[in-house]
Design a protein around this ligand. Sequence first.
Ligand code: URA
Length: 201
Amino acid sequence: MSLILADVAAEAANCTKCELAQKRTQVVFGMGNPDADLMFVGEGPGAEEDKQGLPFVGRSGKLLDRLMAEEMGLTRDLCYIANVVKCRPPDNRDPKPEEVDTCRSWLERQIQLITPRVIVTLGNFSSKLLLDTTTGITKLRGRSYPFDSTQSDQREQNYPLSSTGTVIIPTFHPAAVLRGGGLPEAQMRSDLVRARMAISG
Ligand code: URA
């Protein structure tokens, strides 16, 4: 029997692999269409997401929904939304490097099963992780990148680049747009237009 996303979600729901498991209400695995062409990847659940068990349901999510509708003509049920870490970091602190490292296999499995054409990374955490870089989002955004889906442990052993044809389009996290106002919002809008064009090929 082939593994489907719901099986991976059920497995993740009981995850206790890092200290975030101690204070979370529930695992926020992800939501949307498991066959989507478009995936958004944020940072980690906040208070509202932890309560509802769904990603991007607070203020940032409302902005994401609006810009997605205005620039791409899409609603969230047509794409898939996930985060780098699946459990809320207490007091909304940044996820620690070891938490990101422990949690990354869930995200890698999500991407493998969904095989989206386009992944829009929202902010520094997901952009740096999926592009395997230390460069910040302000420099990264504004273009698209081929996604190297080879897992990091295999990359170290020089396995050949696996080509799913997926591209990554990095943009600002909606929380940064809420703080930053006009310019980051205009830039995020143009990144979403780029994503729309990349999906239609
Ligand atoms: N911020 C994120 O990065 N993810 C969410 O799910 C909500 C807010």
